[in-house]
Design a protein around this ligand. Structure first.
Ligand code: SF4
Length: 385
């Protein structure tokens, strides 16, 4: 049987840089974008030769803003993937898009080339908050884009939201949730804003945390989301992800459950056969690689790390516990040949006594209190903490 593989394809271009963003993305001319895609196609062809014994189960075209590329560029990427990898018949194929960057022609092209899920970066339904974040769109732009996405025929739509924003109140967050759920997307992601070094937000807020919602307010916002979204038919299946039954993101679940993934494009990370590595994050260097040359992989892949059995167990616990279903002792045994309670018994018992995890054999999962302080709980599973 072929092994499952997930593909992540990185498009590192945006119309403008948001003020909080430290992702690998930049503005670029049409010519630069097109040149990048040409090189990406060569990389896809080259890498596919190593993955003949794999079945691709999910593809995620992320960024940046993939939807700023021309329709034919995205089609070329998907045609090259389809022509060179073995894609499962019902593979989940997602593209990230920002409001205001897609038209009917692009959406139809996406569907034509096998993209069956679209993830819209909204972040907030409040125009003031969007302006503060430096987003290029308004809520109205989102509504128009959403409508186009549905008219084109997309049946699986995610909306990305962001909480703990400067100036955000519990009421404005509830209003965002209300407005978004009225549109009935199949999936909602709701991450908290992180203040990352090197961004304008870092300069503005790092020394002024009082301008951001407090930790208590953040928790209130989190609980409001969980309760309201459940009422609306969305179950929280991971700390920050909610879905209608059957619409959980397969690509992300793969990350959290240890499915191998190959990253293609600038800076993309991979996890293959217990090795982690990432592509060069230098656009000029990436564009200069001769993808047909013998030394292409040497120039392309960086930070190659072999994960030990201990590393893999840590990841299994830390990523698995992010999911609401938790980690399964049977899966641990099948994967490592060891009893999870023999390896982590002391930690598990301590966390259970403190009501941070609950056990429903063979599953162990975080309690609500455990989710509240998940950073602490998850760090308990590191061998060298
Ligand atoms: S659209 Fe996304 S990737 Fe692009 S700058 Fe904004 S947050 Fe960053």
């Amino acid at each position: 049987m072929k092994r499952p593989l997930e593909l992540y394809i990185h498009i590192p271009f945006c119309a403008r840089k948001c003020l909080y963003c430290d992702f690998l993305s930049q503005t670029a001319s049409e010519m630069v974008c097109h040149g990048y895609v040409e090189q990406l196609l060569e990389e896809i062809k080259r890498q596919s030769e190593y993955y003949r014994e794999y079945n691709v189960v999910t593809v995620f075209i992320g960024g940046g803003t993939p939807s700023i590329l021309k329709a034919e560029d995205i089609q070329a990427v998907m045609n090259t993937v389809n022509g060179n990898f073995r894609l499962e018949r019902n593979a989940e194929v997602t593209i990230e898009a920002n409001p205001g960057t897609v038209n009917q022609e692009k959406l139809e092209a996406y569907l034509d080339c096998g993209i069956n899920r679209i993830s819209l970066g909204l972040q907030s339904a409040d125009d003031e908050e969007l302006k503060t974040l430096g987003r290029i769109h308004t809520f109205d732009d989102f509504l128009k884009t959403y409508q186009r996405v549905r008219v084109a025929g997309f049946k699986n739509v995610n909306v990305d939201l962001m909480s703990a924003l400067p100036g955000q109140t519990l009421n404005s967050w509830k209003a965002t949730l209300r407005k978004v759920t009225m549109m009935k997307p199949e999936h909602i992601s709701a991450y908290s804003l992180m203040i990352e070094e090197g961004t304008p937000f870092y300069d503005r807020y790092h020394d002024h945390p009082e301008l951001l919602p407090s930790e208590d307010e953040e928790r209130e916002i989190y609980y409001a989301a969980k309760a309201f979204l459940r009422e609306q038919g969305y179950e929280r299946y991971e700390i920050s992800n909610y879905a209608r039954p059957g619409y959980e993101c397969r690509h992300n679940i793969g990350y959290w459950t240890g499915v191998e993934y190959l990253g293609l494009g600038l800076g993309a990370s991979s996890y293959i056969q217990n090795f982690r590595f990432s592509n060069t994050a230098d656009l000029d260097a990436y564009r200069k690689i001769n993808m047909n040359g013998d030394d292409a992989d040497w120039h392309l892949h960086q930070n190659i790390t072999e994960l030990s059995e201990q590393d893999l167990m840590e990841e299994f616990m830390i990523l698995g516990l992010r999911m609401s279903r938790g980690v399964s002792g049977s899966e641990f045994l099948a994967r490592f040949g060891l009893n999870m309670w023999n390896v982590y018994g002391k930690v598990l018992r301590k966390l259970q006594e403190n009501r941070l995890i609950e056990v429903e054999s063979p599953y162990v999962r975080l309690t609500d209190f455990g989710v509240d302080i998940s950073n602490y709980v998850l760090s308990e599973f590191m061998f060298d903490k």
